[in-house]
Design a protein around this ligand. Structure first.
Ligand code: NAX
Length: 325
């Protein structure tokens, strides 16, 4: 039997986690042979609901779950943690500007970064989900200098999966036939969903759909899909976000599919001219518990301009939060 992996999940009483935790516990994230210890972090007023989630997890009698810890103390939650799923954040309230959301949530991530720096495994793999996800990850990284910085990432897999669905639908193709989708940049409306290198049954996707659709429909539909779900459901994406978190971490730990790549927001190493250190979504290949940014893609001027726009937004977000690191 393998040693248990300690998975810390923040915002554990929230709606995403109500889908996420049960699937982690069943082995869908790390494999059906990988025991886990679940450390559930919440703010004090939500502890009771969090306890209830733990009760339900226990009532599933998942054989892979070795322990469940419910706490409002980040130092307890992140002690020796191997994986950190940073879902907890404040939602945007009425009358709140984006800037207020940035600084309010930035404070949460600077505080958590400091604690992680002190108590977590130095190679903890982190996926930031709480919005603004890329900048929250950036703030966390700056506050956790002793942690392996490569391992501080943010979620753009939901955007990636949304893009695959849209292309499959338009090309009248099977989901599994779509490979090499890309989301560049920030998890926001400036993101750049890019089908330039995507294939459908091994053939260029660009030959299967018309260029106007790709630019004028596909890109905004994917970038604004979150808002469309809110409009339809009266609440933000939850089960699909949870599914994307599982995909992100599963592929990072166990490897992405042969002959394909996935999108992850990772610290830029300067690839494609993007400022080093910004948490920027790239196409990556995952292998042996690590990832590599796909190199050498010849990006069109149209896409390049949009990539720079998204970079600019991230630079502005970082500037707004500069007091937090
Ligand atoms: P909920 O409001 O249902 O849950 C959030 C939970 O976080 C609450 O239970 C709250 O008590 C807790 N929380 C707040 N501050 C905390 C702190 N300092 N420590 C620990 N827990 C804390 O939101 P939910 O729908 O689950 O969404 C969570 C976050 O994911 C939001 O920021 C949302 O914007 C973001 N999303 C990100 C996506 C992505 O692709 N990156 C997509 C889905 C989602 O919109």
């Amino acid at each position: 039997m393998k040693q248990p992996v300690r998975v810390t999940v923040t915002g554990a009483a929230g709606q995403i986690c109500y889908s996420l935790l049960f699937r982690i516990a069943s082995g869908e994230m790390l494999g059906k042979d990988q025991p886990v210890i679940l450390n559930l972090l919440e703010i004090t007023p939500a502890l009771k609901v969090c306890e209830a989630v733990a009760m339900e997890l226990n009532d599933c009698a998942f054989p892979l779950v070795k322990d469940i810890v419910v706490t409002d103390d980040p130092a307890v939650a992140f002690k020796d943690a191997n994986i950190g799923l940073m879902v907890g954040a404040k939602p945007r309230g009425p009358g709140m500007e984006r800037k207020d959301l940035l600084t309010d949530n930035g404070k949460i991530f600077s505080a958590l970064g400091k604690v992680i720096d002190q108590v977590a495994d130095k190679n903890i793999k982190i996926c930031v989900v709480g919005n603004p996800a890329n900048t929250n990850a950036y703030i966390l990284a700056k506050n956790a200098p002793s942690i392996n910085q490569r391992n501080i990432t943010a979620l753009t897999r939901l955007d990636h999966n949304r893009a695959i669905y849209q292309l499959a639908e338009k090309a009248d193709a099977e989901i599994a036939s779509i490979k090499k989708m890309i989301i560049w940049g920030n998890h926001s409306v400036t993101q750049v969903p890019d089908i330039s290198f995507a294939t459908v049954n091994g053939e260029n996707a660009a030959d299967k759909v018309d260029a106007t659709w790709a630019k004028e429909e596909f890109m905004p539909i994917v970038a604004k899909r979150g808002a469309a779900v809110i409009a339809a459901r009266g609440a933000s994406s939850a089960a699909s976000a949870a599914n994307a978190i599982l995909d992100h971490m599963h592929d990072w730990v166990l490897g992405s599919a042969e002959g394909d790549w996935v999108s992850m927001a990772v610290p830029s190493d300067g690839s494609y001219g993007i400022e080093e250190g910004l948490i920027y979504s790239y196409p990556v290949v995952c292998k042996n518990g690590d990832y590599e940014i796909v190199q050498g893609l010849e990006v069109s001027d149209f896409i390049k301009d949009k990539m720079i726009e998204s970079q600019k937004e991230l630079q502005e977000e970082a500037e707004t939060c500069k007091d937090l690191f």
